[in-house]
Write a protein of this length. Sequence first.
Length: 100
Amino acid sequence: DEEYSPQLDDDDDNTNDQADIDATNQNVVKEEATALKKQLYQLAASYDRGFGATSKARNEADDIIERLAKINPTKDASRGIDGCGDGDGDGDDDVPLKAI
């Protein structure tokens, strides 16, 4: 009586390893985004939502926003913000904020 022992391909191990790496990277990005958002909220609260902000504080807010944009997983996140869709005339001008 031989025991059945399935053989794992190296590709299966690599796929699982890559999935673990991808999940870890997603968690790191989420944590970074959360920290950046917290910084932005604190900065905004310090300056009456930006109305009383100094140019230094506005530059800091711009920097935080740029860093958030770089890690945002949504491609073209501001698409449709003006209510006009992508405007290329191909009829797929569904916009995220159209119903608002």
